[in-house]
Write a protein that binds this ligand. Structure first.
Ligand SMILES: *Cc1c(COP(=O)(O)O)cnc(C)c1O
Length: 503
């Protein structure tokens, strides 16, 4: 069989094997080549995921190494896929820190599962823009369906619907924008904040994520518009301090408008007392936003449902399936009870985006600053269906169990100590050999210990500071992490510490 291609003024006969990019043919890669290279790439990914031991978890690159290995200008003529795939192995992979590696315990360990990766591939293939229902009904309706599934899985009441954004930072930004919109007579949409005498104030604990500060900076509320509430010995917001702060601020002319409670704080994964905070918000008429970006996923585990106690009273809740639900980055869900207010904060429909079905459907462009939106729901749908609620719960439960086991080793060791409780799957600890009591010396020891363990490349841990103390964090959340890898982390820590003691 010959393919017939019409070109300007002439008919060129091409054999299939010649159907490669040529200077005289326009358009995309041929379907044959796409199939061939597509299989190669999928094979490459399968090998990559099957043999993580080939790679140091944290990239060992020096700054500039990738840039220096690449030409300073784009190629004038198209190149062969073979050359690109070779450079992937030679240049790109060494500069990748392997978040999909089972030895990844830094920050919040996240992972893109195989069904999630396949979903991502299809989203790229469709390449729809999910701004309006009309511009791809499946994208909008699958988003609605997966959000509703997730709501039920987490045990949240029916009053919540929601929207998918890229990250928790943007989810919280939009929630806080809605909270500001809910303040009556502010007219910030029309007049901006400059003309108003109202000084808005938002409350969160001193352990809240930096994205809350960034949101208030972006929204023009300013860092002075955030009041950080103190925490108890287990890093949970002190609700009575919150009530006092609101009262004091009102007396001093501030207008409190929003409280952000955190379920699973970033440093220690502590859980703020949401039921008490919700009661204060109800009494004071404040928007309650719950940041459960990491911790929320754990509510699919039946015995962990309690972590969202009180959240039924929240106005909005963010949780990230891309954090601890095995969906590739990025995908964050904002649940919201007052979608009308969120819409009011952002909706602006120019003539060229008007459709006749706007009153029957949701157009998700109305619920945030961005117009163009990816078809993110498809990878969430794949992950939820492939693993099922039970399968996801079993994996998350296992992560929690492994964290508790690691914590037991820490508690029993004469050389280590634990620095926070473990509500989820993150262990905060440090090396503390009995011969050292000087805090500065302990900080230095732990920093060096972490650097050396990470340099060796078998596992990757990160740190935080708790009450001024340099604290190691072991975060379990990768779908490929097994007990063997958790044990490896413990062995690495002990081996490096022993070497340091001898040295
Ligand atoms: C990770 C995290 C965030 C930020 O998440 P992004 O999706 O990266 O913006 C916010 N809050 C908490 C509690 C987190 O753990």
């Amino acid at each position: 069989m010959e393919n017939v291609v019409i070109s300007v003024g002439a008919i060129i006969r091409m054999k299939p094997e010649e159907a490669r990019p040529r200077p005289d043919s326009l358009g995309d890669m041929s379907p044959q080549d796409f199939r061939r290279y597509g299989h190669q790439v999928v094979d490459w990914i399968a090998d990559y995921l099957a043999h993580p031991e080939r790679y140091p978890v944290r990239s060992q690159n020096q700054p500039g190494q990738v840039k220096n290995a690449l030409p300073s200008e784009a190629p004038e003529r198209g190149e062969a896929m073979e050359a690109m795939l070779a450079d992937l192995d030679r240049i790109i992979v060494p500069g990748v820190t392997h978040w999909n590696h089972p030895g990844f315990f830094a920050y919040f360990a996240t992972s893109g599962s195989a069904p999630g990766i396949l979903g991502e591939m299809l989203a790229a293939a469709f390449n729809v823009n999910a701004m309006l229902w009309r511009t791809s009904p499946s994208a909008t309706e699958l988003e609605e369906v997966t959000i509703s599934w997730l709501r039920q899985m987490l045990g949240l009441p029916e009053g919540f619907s929601g929207v998918i954004y890229d990250t928790a930072s943007i989810s919280s930004l939009c929630a806080i924008a809605a909270a500001r919109e809910a303040v009556s007579d502010l007219r910030v949409r029309e007049e901006g904040l400059g003309t108003s005498n109202t000084r808005l104030r938002l409350y969160c604990s001193e352990q809240a994520h930096s994205s809350i500060d960034k949101a208030v900076i972006t929204l023009g509320i300013g860092q002075e518009g955030v009041r950080k509430i103190g925490t108890d010995s287990e890093f949970r917001m002190d609700a009575s301090s919150l009530a006092r702060a609101i009262e004091e601020d009102r007396a001093n002319g501030w207008q409190p408008f929003c409280v952000v409670a955190t379920v699973g704080t970033t440093s220690t994964t502590s859980i703020d007392p949401v039921p008490q905070i919700a009661e204060i918000c109800q009494r004071e008429g404040l928007w309650l936003h719950v940041d459960a970006a990491y911790g929320g996923s754990a509510a699919v585990v039946p015995e962990m449902k309690w972590i969202l106690d009180g959240c039924e009273h929240a106005d909005s809740i963010v949780m990230n399936p891309h954090k601890w639900m095995f969906v590739p980055v990025d995908l964050s869900v904002l649940f919201c009870k007052r979608m009308d207010v969120l819409r009011q904060a952002f909706s602006l429909v120019p003539e060229y985006l008007r459709t006749s079905d706007a009153d029957q459907v949701q157009d998700f462009m109305d619920y945030g600053p961005q117009l163009g939106r990816r078809f993110r729901a498809i990878k969430l749908w794949f992950v939820l269906r492939y693993f099922g609620v039970e399968g996801l719960a079993a994996r998350i439960r296992e992560h929690i169990t492994m964290a508790r086991e690691f914590a037991e080793w820490v508690d029993l060791s004469p050389d280590f100590e634990r620095l926070a409780p473990i509500p989820f799957s993150v262990v905060c600890f440090r090396a503390h050999p009995q011969r050292i009591s000087n805090e500065a010396e302990l900080d230095t020891l732990n920093e060096r210990l972490m650097e050396e363990v990470n340099r060796r490349g078998k596992v990757y841990l990160s740190h935080t500071k708790l009450k001024g103390v340099f604290t190691l964090r072991l975060a379990i959340g990768n779908i490929r992490t097994t007990r063997e890898y958790v044990k490896l982390a413990w062995d690495e820590l002990n081996e490096v510490l022993a070497t340091a003691n001898r040295g």
